[in-house]
Design a protein. Structure first.
Length: 93
């Protein structure tokens, strides 16, 4: 298997079986091990941590505050049309 990147999806291919970061629509962030993907960026992630961030306004004080929820999942299918960004693991040469 070559480690050369000629096309954008090559970067994803090189991240198979490694932990990646995925930013999704709806203020969702995922961190997990990439098991599979396709040309539509549908992905199967394992050992996933999902973080959902919501901005809410206190009705009494009108102050804005941020709520963060986290959950762990053993396996997750991510539909490609919700993906905004995929960050591969940091590589040092």
């Amino acid at each position: 298997m070559t480690t050369e990147c000629k096309e954008p999806l090559d970067l994803i291919r090189l991240s198979i079986d490694e932990r990646i970061y995925v930013k999704c629509k709806g203020d969702r962030e995922l961190r997990g091990k990439l098991h599979a993907y396709d040309n539509h960026l549908n992905m199967v992630l394992g050992d996933v941590e999902e973080t959902v961030t919501k901005q809410e306004i206190d009705e009494d004080t009108q102050e804005e505050f941020v709520k963060t929820k986290k959950r762990q999942m053993e396996m997750l299918f991510v539909r490609g049309d919700v993906v905004i960004l995929v960050s591969p693991p940091l590589r040092t040469t």
